[in-house]
Design a protein around this ligand. Structure first.
Ligand SMILES: [Zn+2]
Length: 72
């Protein structure tokens, strides 16, 4: 007998049988799949459009060319 492989649901960590019956694998259910997708989407949306660092403020301290990129 071969023991069916299981995976942990990425959303709720519940054990999910990796079989053809588990149509939402690696998620345990459609809900967990949607939750994961929703979290992914909301993370994307959470990034504000005007979050770019203000240029001209960090550069004023010293020219970047004088700083060695990596110490050898
Ligand atoms: Zn789940």
């Amino acid at each position: 007998m071969v023991k069916p492989a299981t995976v942990a649901c990425p959303t709720c960590q519940r054990e999910v049988l990796w079989t053809e019956q588990s149509q939402w694998r690696p998620f345990c259910s459609k809900r967990c799949r949607m939750v994961d997708l929703g979290a992914w989407l909301s993370e994307e949306r959470a990034i504000p459009g005007d979050a770019a660092p203000d240029p001209g403020e960090a550069d004023s301290a010293q020219p970047a060319s004088s700083v060695p990129a990596r110490p050898s």
